[in-house]
Design a binder for this molecule. Structure first.
Ligand code: ZN
Length: 361
């Protein structure tokens, strides 16, 4: 009963936002997976003042290398001569991710729909860095390298991928309906022993025709309720490479930026693919519903007294689903929810502050 009253109060005082974010834990925030100031996309990041789990203030409002940004069109970058030398381009190789029924998770974090894998994934993303490195050599060094510099590569390992609607990056002032972010960690640079990050962004445009087949497995397993996690069924697969443009048209824009969610940590190397992929109206609608606002009511007041032994466990409770440890009281299973509005989960574009933005084609 108390939980029901509390829940009603949250919904009443903070309108619908509190409803959707009731179960949110910020897996999207790599530097603060748990704890810290709660946040949401209600003002698209313009109110992100807070601290991470260790009490360290977020960089969202104070930073000057924040993401996302409005990217110039390719021809403008080309005319400026703002280019990455051809031989210094990042190379992506993403083998197919195979599900055994319990190793690939599709998570509704309340902030995004995120895919994670629990078994090793032998993807290979090669980022160019100077051949001679010291403690100050950053993962973003390629942005200031010249054609004649001696180079080597470091490997970026993908950790998870997730989506935003609408897109976070704009191209020539234009939004797309969806953006995919593949988040990678780099550790083999002296400055990155604790982990540096690089994110690859892929934009999607609407098609009137059929669903994108390479999103199908993820979309079929997408939890519609915040806090829920579904396992990809056995034999399902994700052909991640097919969600990127083909290697022959893998033109991208690259710059130094930040995480687009709190704590908004900087020093990330961003790649945004210029050729958009396709998403159907039905697929877009499902995503907007999954991150949408729900009005929820408690099914059974005694249910909240059930000890939530499964919280935080990596073991499935049911056949193919489990739930995140809920930051808020209660368990998503105890509520019946109705969708009352489609959701968005993008951050406002940030000021460039003179940063280099370069084209690689
Ligand atoms: Zn993202």
């Amino acid at each position: 009963m108390y939980a029901a009253l509390l829940f009603a109060a949250l919904c009443f005082f903070k309108t619908t936002y509190a409803c959707i974010y009731k179960y949110g834990t910020s897996l999207d925030s790599l530097a603060a997976p748990n704890g810290g100031t709660p946040w949401d996309h209600g003002l698209h990041g313009d109110d992100w003042i807070g601290v991470d789990a260790t009490g360290k203030p977020w960089a969202c409002m104070s930073g000057i290398r924040q993401s996302p940004i409005n990217l110039p069109n390719a021809n403008i970058l080309d005319n400026r001569g703002s280019r990455i030398p051809r031989k210094f381009r990042t190379q992506w190789s993403y083998p197919t991710i195979y599900s055994n029924g319990s190793n690939v998770e599709v998570i509704n974090t309340g902030h995004t729909i995120q895919v994670e894998w629990l078994s090793p994934y032998a993807a290979d993303v090669e980022i160019v860095v100077p051949a001679r490195q010291d403690r100050n050599t950053q993962i973003t060094a390629v942005l200031s390298m010249n054609e004649n510099d001696q180079a080597t590569t470091v490997q970026a390992t993908p950790l998870q991928f997730h989506f935003h609607t609408v897109s976070e990056h704009l191209i020539g002032g234009e939004y797309h309906p969806l953006e995919l972010h593949i988040v990678h960690r780099v550790t083999d640079l002296p400055a990155c022993t604790a982990g540096c990050f690089s994110v690859t962004g892929v934009l999607f445009e609407l098609t009137q025709s059929e669903d994108n087949p390479f999103l199908e497995a993820i979309w079929a397993a997408m939890p519609m309720r915040e806090g829920a996690i579904n396992y990809l069924p056995p034999d399902a697969q994700i052909r991640l490479e097919e969600l990127l443009p083909p290697p022959s048209s893998r033109e991208y824009v690259t710059y130094e930026g930040s995480l687009t969610t709190p704590p908004c940590s900087e020093g990330l190397l961003w790649h945004v693919m210029l050729k958009p992929q396709k998403i159907s109206m039905a697929q877009w609608t499902k995503y907007k519903t999954a991150v949408g606002f729900k009005e929820c009511s408690l099914k059974n007041a005694t249910a909240t007294a059930t000890p939530s032994a499964k919280s935080g466990s990596r073991q499935p409770r049911h056949h193919h689903s489990r739930h995140l440890a809920a930051a808020a009281p209660g368990n998503p299973d105890d509520y019946t929810c109705n969708v009352v509005a489609y959701g968005t989960n993008f951050r406002t574009p940030q000021r460039l502050f003179g940063r280099a933005v370069k084209l690689a084609s």
